[in-house]
Design a protein around this ligand. Structure first.
Ligand SMILES: *Cc1c(COP(=O)(O)O)cnc(C)c1O
Length: 394
């Protein structure tokens, strides 16, 4: 029996169905669950006012020290960090440019991306008003092709760090070297590259000027994130962002990318917790949940269950374990049929469909939810096998 929590009953009052999230951290499903420590910090500061500008400056210094960067600043997510970072590269210190964006008149406004680095979030570049210049051809991008794409109008080269090292790409290290020779900025999206935690400092160490992270991936607020790197550039982000729009001189471009003070504090505290938590026990917990799921479902059905690792880019690897992969060995039942049954039932369960396999991700499940899911899958399998004229032991 699942008890309705306070938030669930509010959802119900609003007429939206609460979801058991077995997909992992997705913005569309609400991000992650905030820890009691993060929640308490947000609650504590909710009752008082501060200068948002001071809060962002001071919290930025704390974050910078934690990730080994010269400077940092909280942004409303990694997407906003990319857009504000690009805006800063184009506008520089000129406040009238902060006002003019996304009109880039008189600014360097080209941002280069390698052909095989095109990805979902490169859209954030053009939102700032920049022109996205794709370097390379059918087979990827060579160092020469990347160098040839640089013009007097180039403001930055963008690198999605999770695609660094991909076949047919110039490596981050080579890009930062090239960019420095030409006096242009290297902007890195490292949104989910936060584990092992030492990885967070490696991008600036390789010469990246600005690096963007998303708080949703370190169990911070879904609308949190930060940009870090060269102080000179982070200072420009501070100029162009939402702070000072009301009290300052310029009607800055960044005004819609606004933050709550609770989000700023939640982001810092979540990062602190992420960098100090016992990650081996976190992973151990996923293994235990996976095992208890398999035991429970195994008692009801003969479906093949494999504990596996569901990566941030939605691939399946052997380990470390954070999910269970189900193979339905019956011709009349597919993974997507089971997924739609799970989503349509009560409570709504969302699982990930990977081709003909169903993935149950443990990372976003609360204690015991893995058993609720196992029971529901068991019952879906029983009714489908009844229809097919076969019987599983109940
Ligand atoms: C989620 C994600 C983003 C966007 O981050 P938000 O904090 O949600 O804005 C950017 N890049 C990658 C690779 C992501 O996975």
């Amino acid at each position: 029996m699942v008890h309705l929590t306070k938030s669930q009953s509010i959802f119900t009052k609003l007429g939206v169905r609460p979801i058991i999230n077995a997909c992992g951290i997705y913005t569309d499903l609400g991000g992650s669950i905030l820890s009691p420590g993060v929640w308490a910090a947000m609650e504590e500061i909710n009752a008082s006012f501060i200068s948002m500008s001071d809060l962002l400056t001071e919290s930025g210094m704390v974050i910078a020290a934690m990730v080994g960067a010269e400077a940092a600043r909280v942004t409303p997510g990694a997407s906003a960090a990319i857009t504000l970072g690009v805006a800063a590269c184009m506008a520089g210190r000129d406040g009238s440019n902060w006002e003019r964006l996304p009109n880039t008149l008189g600014m360097r406004d080209e941002v280069i991306i390698q052909r095989n680095h095109r990805y979902k979030y490169d859209r954030m570049i053009s939102i700032a008003g920049a022109k996205l210049i794709e370097a390379g051809g059918e087979y990827g991008t060579s160092l020469d092709q990347l160098a040839a794409a640089i013009t007097p109008q180039t403001a930055a080269i963008m690198i999605p760090a999770h695609l660094d090292g991909l076949r047919g790409t110039v490596s981050l290290q080579e890009v930062t070297h090239l960019a420095r020779q030409h006096g242009i900025t290297t902007l890195v999206d490292a949104a989910y590259l936060n584990y092992p935690t030492s990885i967070m400092a490696t991008f600036t160490a390789q010469g990246a000027d600005l690096v963007c992270f998303s708080a949703k991936y370190f169990w911070g607020p879904n609308s949190g994130g930060f940009i870090c790197g060269k102080k000179e550039l982070v200072d420009i982000v501070a100029g162009v962002d939402f702070t000072g729009y009301e009290g300052g001189v310029y009607r800055t471009f960044g005004r819609p990318f606004k933050l709550d003070r609770t989000t700023v504090v939640g982001t810092v505290v979540a990062l602190q917790e992420w960098l100090t938590m016992d990650h081996s026990s976190r992973w151990h917990h996923y293994t235990q949940q996976a095992e208890s799921f398999i035991r429970r479902l195994g008692a009801q059905s003969a479906t093949t269950c494999t504990p596996m690792f569901f990566t941030m880019d939605e691939r399946l690897e052997a380990e470390p374990v954070n999910c269970v992969v189900l193979d339905f060995d019956t011709p009349h039942l597919t993974a997507s049929m089971v997924a739609s049954d799970l989503a349509a039932g009560e409570p709504c369960i969302r699982a990930f469909v990977a081709g003909d396999r169903l993935v149950i991700v443990m990372e976003t499940l609360r204690e015991g939810e893995e058993l609720v899911i196992a029971d529901r899958i068991g019952s879906i399998l029983r009714s489908s096998s009844n229809h097919a004229g076969r019987d599983f032991p109940a």
